[in-house]
Design a protein around this ligand. Structure first.
Ligand code: EPU
Length: 292
């Protein structure tokens, strides 16, 4: 591991990524690192750049499918406490990129700050949520975020203000490698009422989505004005199976993986769904799931 000399304490080789993703599928990362602080992260990214090793950031793995062959280069996970802080200052939520989105949501609600409560139950990290502008029930995190501290692939730290960040449906302009921290300006509200609203959102989500299964959120983005789940359901594809991968009976925009499933099964099922929806309805479904 000579090109990672000096980082032996935090870098592992051929780390299986299946155990780091919600799908629990896919091959290993060539290199895998969990730096303990920002300085270590920056030094690692600089080394990767010097050595031409491409780097990616893995959050909770709740929106990705790793191919069976695995991932070349470096996969970095921001699991150390230094990257997972959540705090409140006045009406501002300050959340680190590696913190769980759920923790950011419940912390805001308990402190009587409204805005993020409908995001309860969305898995993943704050960084991942901001990168893909995660949302539910017409609300999304980007609506509230006014600042992000990022680290570039070259290891430079920048602060991006609201004039530099734009959000779209399940997308953001934040394409820097690492989101270290974000600040969201929220609205004062009654903590008790907020907690009740959050609970309602949680109940709706639990009833309509296959939580607790081996799956990774919605596979496709909703085409403008339509629900991908409804389209796939209308096409009669619920329950369709390839190998160990099946379209969820509860919500057709979810793919459930059995214990014997491979990433290739999921990829083939995705292509089958796309092909059928294109041929029969003339609709092109775009992936929300990231394929590594
Ligand atoms: N529907 C069906 N069959 C299905 C699924 C849905 O007929 O199999 C119908 C529902 O009955 C409802 C409509 O489609 O009338 C919309 O369904 P739902 O409320 O579940 O919303 P969605 O458009 O399918 C979006 C987000 C979800 C988010 C929910 C709730 C996308 C791709 N999906 O789903 O987000 O939780 O709204 O706000 O934007 C995600 O992004 O990973 C995700 C799960």
């Amino acid at each position: 591991m000579s090109i990672m000399q000096g980082f032996e304490r935090i870098v592992r080789q051929r780390e299986p990524l299946a155990m780091h993703t919600w799908f629990q599928l896919g091959g290993p990362a060539e290199y895998f690192a969990e730096p303990e602080n920002v300085d270590e992260l920056i030094a690692l990214l600089r080394r990767c750049q010097e050595e031409d090793v491409p780097a990616r950031i893995l959050g909770q793995g709740s929106n990705i499918l790793v191919r069976d062959a695995g991932v070349p280069g470096m996969v970095v996970r921001l699991s150390s406490p230094a990257f997972c802080g959540v705090g409140i200052e006045g009406r501002t939520l300050i959340a680190s990129g590696g913190a769980l989105l759920g923790r950011a949501v419940t912390t805001s609600v308990h402190r009587g700050l409204a805005g993020l409560e409908s995001l309860i139950g969305i898995p993943g990290t704050v960084g991942g949520a901001l990168h893909g502008n995660a949302g539910a029930h017409g609300e999304s995190i980007g609506h509230w975020a006014f600042q992000a501290t990022v680290v570039t692939a070259g290891g430079e730290v920048h602060q991006r203000g609201s004039d530099e960040i734009s959000f779209g449906y399940r997308s953001s302009s934040l394409d820097d490698l690492v989101i270290l921290e974000t600040r969201c300006e929220l609205e004062k509200d009654d903590p008790h009422e907020l907690a009740q609203r959050m609970q309602k959102h949680w109940i709706v989500r639990k009833a309509s989505q296959p939580l607790g299964h081996q799956c990774a959120g919605c596979v496709f983005k909703n085409p403008r004005g339509m629900s991908a789940g409804e389209i796939i359901d209308d096409a009669g594809l619920k329950g369709t199976r390839i190998g160990g991968a099946a379209v969820s009976e509860r919500h057709a925009n979810f793919i459930i993986a059995d214990a014997d499933c491979t990433s290739q099964d999921v990829l083939r099922l995705i292509e089958l769904i796309r092909g059928q929806i294109q041929d029969r309805m003339g609709i092109e479904l775009a992936l929300e799931l990231e394929i590594w």
